[in-house]
Design a binder for this molecule. Structure first.
Ligand code: CU
Length: 466
């Protein structure tokens, strides 16, 4: 019988359904079977079956990697490989990721855990994994060329260290990063505290996701890796609105949001209807005395932020990046503004020459969202999403925090739209508004003087000699 290692090298097909029992116990002891995930849905939190207990996180449109306990060491197996990621219904991208998805699975451990991570490279070029933010031996830091040899295609490397401090971390390649991160290689890492920590609250719901960005031309599948700044797909965990699941929370729940930024720009992450405190950064939990309330926190490139709030207002609360171009999907950025320009006649002439020509909004861009534009295959509308009151005209880094009464612990299912109590929704006034009261016109009232009475004195800037 072939050993597991020989089997991997020979077949190169870990994605195929491999029967673990067929390999035998000896082979199994070497490298744990890699778990795979192909669904883009938010998976339920993975309750720890072994090791110290903790309250697991929920990865938005993602999942947590199962482990194997081997003589007190938590063993994980990451497989770097090309993947197909559905970024929104009707829009698939050809990315690189881990274990069937981009981003890779979330790794969850407990402070003090000894962790062993096998990394198999099924990419066409070398890679490595850097454990962003961790305290670890230098040779485990994953910088190819500097702290280790790069993992050649087809090879498996093993990393081993102790998770020394609790907090929010990430992992990503440190080998051809420009290509590999532009292709979607990244993942989340959470280290839970081993005992109650003075600066880490116990929360009811704990969500995590990565901010990532791609440049994918409408109608194509593979990101353009040479793009430096002008990305057109702004994603959370490689999903764009309306493909991002809502964050479902119970009324009065204490909610933690963990966000990491692996794009090439900063993202002011904004919450509606509540204030949060930043309870942790890349460096660990923030001391309580240093916290202040915010409704927006800027997450810079390479940073992680932990936010916490009590969900004490029922409703469907928007939650998004505040850069308005980041709540849109693929679009042409070099389009002139056409507000106030009547284009009907000229558009007709152009469309005789250019079939499918589309004029850009003459009253703003919202009308674009309402037009039944014919899209190329494999893309998603620039501004989209249907709410209970009409079109949302959103895309990209946008989701909804759904705060509901009577939500059972562990229920993350989309409860549908909020039904607002009577009289609590902004609405059109039934009667025309009466004219505002005006001050009586009086002779001698300077405010009512005709313009000819206004004296304007022009002061020229003083001339100086120098
Ligand atoms: Cu943004």
């Amino acid at each position: 019988m072939k050993s597991r290692r020989q089997f991997l090298a020979a077949s190169g097909a870990i994605t195929a359904a491999v029967s673990a029992t067929a390999l035998g116990k000896a082979a199994m002891a070497a490298i744990p079977e890699p778990a795979l995930q192909n669904s883009p849905d938010t998976m339920p939190p993975l309750l720890p079956a072994t090791g110290r207990p903790y309250n697991p996180v929920v990865t938005l449109n993602g999942w947590t990697l199962p482990w194997r306990m081997n003589q007190g060491v938590k063993e994980f197996h990451l497989v770097a490989e090309p993947v197909i990621r559905e970024m929104a219904p009707g829009f698939k991208a050809h990315l690189w990721g881990y274990n069937g998805q981009s981003p890779g699975p979330t790794i969850e451990v407990v402070e003090g855990d000894r962790v062993r991570i096998f990394v198999t490279n099924k990419l066409p070029e070398h890679t490595s994994v850097h454990w962003h933010g961790q305290r670890l031996p230098n040779g485990m830091d994953g910088v190819s060329g500097l702290t280790q040899a790069a993992i050649a295609p087809g090879k498996t490397f093993v990393y081993e260290f102790q998770a020394r401090r609790p907090g929010t971390f990430m992992y990503h390649p440190h080998a051809d990063e420009m290509t590999q991160m532009a292709m979607g290689m990244m993942g989340f890492w959470v280290t839970h505290p081993k005992t109650r920590h003075p600066d880490i609250s116990e929360v009811d719901r704990d969500f995590c996701f990565l901010l990532n960005a791609y440049d994918i031309d409408p109608g194509s599948y593979t990101p353009k890796i040479m793009t430096m700044l002008d990305f057109n797909i702004w994603a959370w965990n490689s999903r764009v609105f309306p493909g991002i699941d809502p964050l479902v929370v119970g009324l009065k729940d204490r909610v933690r949001l963990r966000v990491g930024n692996l794009t090439m720009t900063n993202h002011p992450i904004h919450i509606h209807g509540h204030e949060f405190f930043v309870t942790g950064t890349d460096g660990g939990p923030t001391p309580k005395a240093s916290r202040w309330p915010e409704v927006t926190v800027d997450v810079a490139v390479g940073q992680m932020r932990q936010m916490e709030f009590i969900a004490d207002e029922e409703g469907d609360w928007a939650f998004h990046c505040h850069k308005s171009h980041h709540t849109m999907n693929a679009m042409g950025h070099n389009v002139p503004t056409m507000i106030g320009v009547e284009q009907k006649d000229v558009a007709k002439k152009i469309s005789e020459l250019v079939p499918g020509y589309m004029q850009m909004g003459s009253k703003g861009m919202h009308e674009m969202a309402e037009m039944d534009m014919e899209l190329p295959v494999n893309t998603v509308p620039m501004m989209t999403g249907e709410g209970p009151f009409g079109g949302l005209g959103m895309g990209g880094m946008f989701s909804v925090i759904k705060v509901r009464k009577t939500l059972k612990k562990g229920n993350y299912k989309d409860p549908g739209w909020f039904s607002h109590p009577a009289g609590t929704v902004a609405s059109e006034v039934a009667m025309p508004a009466s004219a505002p009261a005006q001050a009586p016109k009086q002779s001698g009232d300077r405010r009512m003087n005709t313009p000819t009475d206004i004296e304007v004195q022009v002061r020229k800037p003083l001339k100086h000699d120098h």
